[in-house]
Design a protein around this ligand. Structure first.
Ligand code: ARG
Length: 587
């Protein structure tokens, strides 16, 4: 359906035409003087320049044309040439009624017929998830949901880091501990054991031990490097061991992501891209794009107009080894071949900006990707501690994701127990739901590209621009609706024209739901959804403060309010779902 802004614009256009002014100039925006009006049109100012006439006079003429327009309760010309618009309550409630009945709040399906791949998560196999992976998961999951809401067919790909030195480290460490295992016997011809020789907790110990060793012990480091090369060359035993590591890690990762309410459609990794590398390199050569530079094979990707130096994309090192960029290019080959996407969006730490610039340019230049395929890099900022430095544990180490989550849940639990008499097991369950909302909202409410400070106390607060505040509002709405039903009121969805200012304000905000979500999708900006549902929550709480909904004796009024609550609930529930969290039944 049309957005409310489009409805207003379309009502203004005939008025512009009637005054001999190009209707294209009838742009409408939210008022920046809410004390004067609800929407405004600045078109008379632009028209003044073009038609050499006083802007206020033009605005006056247009306003005169709007006199009988049913959309407006008031249309006024204001110096120097604004057209100030106040919507008629009938129009707003009718718009909301349509929205109520429409699919997906009447949101335009900008992505209909399009396929997008979202590359987020990017955990490294066998290494525990840490807070650095948190943002990728949280932002990516939200964008996946937003894209789907806009009609895209979306494939979320975790893109595991499963092809690096960490594999060689684990394999070599295992070899030194258990040289008798068949994986290390070059003459072994039989089937390797189906059971892995280690568990996830073993792996969690083996990797850091091996990693530490490689820094202190050169011979070990060299052996781990050799093991990596051997694996990459397809050694049978090493490959069997690699499969074990992968399977165990992925099972564990899935559990962790589940706790975050994050999921993926594809569990592909860097290792899956390897088989596309030789052909890809041949292609680059044949296209004349590859040349030698300081022993390595590179593709030049600098472009005229670059404001900073963009170094060549290194495809192959002098020893023939491929690099991160090689793998990402080969992954593009595979994605193009298997899925033929219209768009690929990468949600990765912004410090990888240059890497993606190089990869994207190479991909277009080499025709790995069709020119019409959109490659987008959303680089996110760092999550910092209160000291402004990247978030660490109290001991100064890297904070593991599961510990971070446990800390938040604990803090929320303590808060619930402080002033409430919720049963303990119930409180624990509720704390998990609220904790996740606190964490995700605390992250998503910041513009993704910016760094932000992780502040548990602020994030879990029930007041202010926080996840718990949104949930609190939603729980309040649900409880009123439940009580109304318990009182025997049959909930209707007939909205009524607003009768006062706070009712109107809430209605106006709800009428913007589809626009706000579309805007977040277009701008790849979940924080706009946060901002929007925060405003809705504030508007609802003002409305709630001004109205005694359950005690209202006029059934027509009460029904209208309950219908409004029903819609507010739907909008907030949609909002939090798009952000990737749920609401508890009570708080
Ligand atoms: N594993 C990488 C890391 O931890 C992130 C992968 C991001 N995705 C990609 N296609 N490069 O830094």
């Amino acid at each position: 359906m049309k957005t409310i802004t489009e409805c207003i614009r379309e009502a203004l256009q005939p008025a512009f035409s009637a005054c001999g002014i190009d209707p294209e100039l009838a742009g409408v925006v939210l008022s920046n003087r809410p004390d004067l009006c609800e929407y405004q049109c600045n078109g008379a100012m632009a028209a003044a320049k073009r038609y050499h006439k006083a802007p206020l006079a033009i605005a006056g003429e247009i306003v005169a044309q709007l006199e009988n327009c049913p959309l407006f309760e008031k249309a006024e010309a204001a110096a120097p040439g604004f057209i100030n618009l106040t919507l008629s309550p009938d129009f707003v409630s009718a718009y909301l009624q349509d929205m109520q009945a429409a699919q997906k709040l009447g949101m335009k399906q900008a992505g209909a017929g399009k396929k997008a791949i979202l590359d987020y998560g990017g955990p490294n196999v066998a290494k525990p998830l840490h807070v650095g992976h948190l943002r990728a998961a949280i932002i990516g999951e939200s964008l996946k949901r937003i894209y789907r809401f806009a009609g895209y067919e979306v494939l979320g790909d975790v893109h595991l880091g499963d092809w690096g030195l960490q594999m060689g480290l684990i394999i070599e460490e295992t070899r030194q501990r258990h040289p008798e295992l068949p994986y290390f016997d070059p003459g072994f011809q039989g089937d390797y054991p189906a059971e892995a020789p280690f568990t996830i907790s073993d792996l969690e110990e083996i990797y850091p031990t091996a990693s530490r060793k490689s820094k202190e012990d050169e011979a070990f480091a060299a052996a781990a490097h050799d093991a990596t090369v051997r694996l990459q060359q397809g050694d049978r035993g090493y490959t069997a061991l690699f499969r074990h590591i992968l399977r165990i890690s992925v099972n564990d990762l899935k559990k962790n992501y589940e706790k975050l309410n994050v999921s993926f459609d594809l569990w592909k990794g860097e290792s899956d891209a390897q088989k596309y590398i030789p052909d890809m390199i041949r292609g680059l050569k044949e296209a004349g794009l590859l040349h030698e530079s300081q022993g390595a094979m590179v593709v030049d990707v600098a472009e005229e107009g670059d404001t900073k130096e963009v170094p060549p994309c290194i495809i192959q090192k002098s020893d023939g080894a491929s690099l991160y960029a090689t793998t990402d290019l080969a992954t593009l080959v595979q994605r193009e071949q298997d899925y033929h996407p219209d768009e690929i969006l990468y949600v990765v730490d912004k410090r990888q900006d240059m890497h993606f610039t190089q990869v994207f340019r190479t991909a277009y230049k080499a025709g790995i990707i069709r020119p019409e395929t959109k490659l987008t890099f959303l680089g996110f900022g760092t999550m910092n501690g209160k000291d402004g430095k990247p978030f660490k544990t109290r001991e100064g180490g890297v904070m593991r994701l599961e510990h971070l989550i446990a800390d938040i849940d604990e803090a929320v639990f303590a808060r619930i127990m402080e002033n409430r008499t919720m049963e303990e097991t119930e409180a624990r369950k509720t704390a998990e739901i609220i904790g996740l909302a606190a964490l995700k909202y605390g992250d998503l409410s910041n513009q993704a590209t910016k760094n932000y400070v992780f502040d548990v106390d602020r994030f879990i607060s029930f007041e202010g621009n926080t996840g718990p505040y949104i949930l609190y509002t939603l729980v309040r709405i649900k409880s009123i609706l439940r009580k109304a039903e318990e009182n025997g009121t049959k909930l209707s969805d007939r909205l009524r024209p607003a009768g006062d200012a706070s009712e109107k304000a809430l209605q106006l905000l709800l009428a913007r739901a589809n626009e706000a979500i579309a805007d977040a999708c277009e701008g790849i900006a979940p924080h706009r959804i946060c901002q929007y549902i925060y405003e809705v929550s504030n508007a609802f709480n003002s409305f709630y403060h001004d109205h005694r909904i359950l005690a209202e004796e006029d059934p027509e009024k009460q029904n209208g309010w309950l219908a409004l609550l029903g819609l507010a609930r739907k909008v907030l529930e949609t909002g939090i779902d798009l952000l990737g969290f749920d609401a508890p039944d009570q708080m």
